[in-house]
Design a protein around this ligand. Structure first.
Ligand code: 13P
Length: 253
């Protein structure tokens, strides 16, 4: 069975003081209210992860991650952060291939394959994001487009390595728009992705890989979205910036 995960992607939001307040609230609410085996992952701006470690250390359900890494281990790449740096802080997770990185920073499937590799080489867990634009959704082969993102960035991995990857399906048309995929649309794509993984790696491996849904997940729609048998949790943007909403989403999983 795939692990249940609810992750919060803070994107480029929150000053330092605000970040400390938010993480404190989330830690307290999760400790008081969340039971069960859901893993909670916070992706704050990388600048804050070192400090935030001490805030989450008493909440075993909560882990930290960074929103991006560079595809090289070290060197003259001003402004970037590397997988070995993240590992050296004891941080476990990294987002790879968020649609905003693909769009604004021209990250290609090929570069993302390199990021996945360097994450895994350093013992990090990549949360690999995929998803189609509205235009692609209106085209008949939107499933083929998303499956190809997996093929080109993940399918070079062996059976051992693929099991260390988490996948997040985030239709671009549902990100930050208030438009959510329906529970049926989410389940349909999650099943297509799991079948795609199964064809390559076999069903036991495919069924163990967590596939998260992202795109306007909120306290009001999380339970319905998470009800799909192939939806193992969520990657939450805007609603993860509000501790109460985020906690309700975790409880819905
Ligand atoms: P929203 O939840 O704000 O739509 O963002 C989703 C997302 O991009 C998470 O990575």
């Amino acid at each position: 069975m795939a692990k249940k995960i609810v992750a919060g992607n803070w994107k480029m939001n929150k000053t330092y003081e605000e970040a400390l307040a938010l993480v404190s609230e989330v830690v307290n609410m999760v400790k008081d209210e969340v039971t069960g085996d859901v893993r909670v992952i916070l992706f704050p701006p990388a600048l804050y992860v070192s400090t935030l470690r001490s805030y989450v250390k008493d909440a075993p359900a909560i882990s930290l991650g960074v929103q991006n890494i560079y595809q090289k281990a070290s060197g003259a790449y001003t402004g970037e952060i590397s997988a070995p740096m993240v590992k050296s802080l004891g941080i476990q997770y990294v987002l790879v291939g968020h649609s905003e990185r693909r769009e604004y920073f021209d990250e290609t499937n090929e570069v993302l394959a390199e990021k996945v590799n360097i994450a895994l080489e350093n013992g990090l867990t990549p949360v690999f994001c995929c998803g189609e634009s509205l235009q692609q959704r209106q085209n008949e082969d939107y499933k083929g487009f998303v499956k190809n993102q997996l093929t080109e960035s993940l399918f070079h991995l062996g059976p051992e390595e693929i099991q260390k990857v988490v996948i997040a399906y985030e239709p671009i048309w549902a990100i930050g728009t208030g438009l959510t995929a329906s529970a049926e649309q989410a389940q349909e794509m999650h099943k297509a992705l799991r079948d795609h993984l199964s064809e390559k790696y076999g069903s036991p491996i495919a069924s163990g890989i967590s596939i998260l849904y992202g795109g306007s997940v909120g306290a009001g729609n999380a339970a319905e979205l998470f009800a799909g048998p192939d939806v193992d949790g969520g990657l939450v943007g805007g609603a993860s910036l509000k501790s109460r909403d985020f906690t309700e989403i975790i409880k819905a999983r």
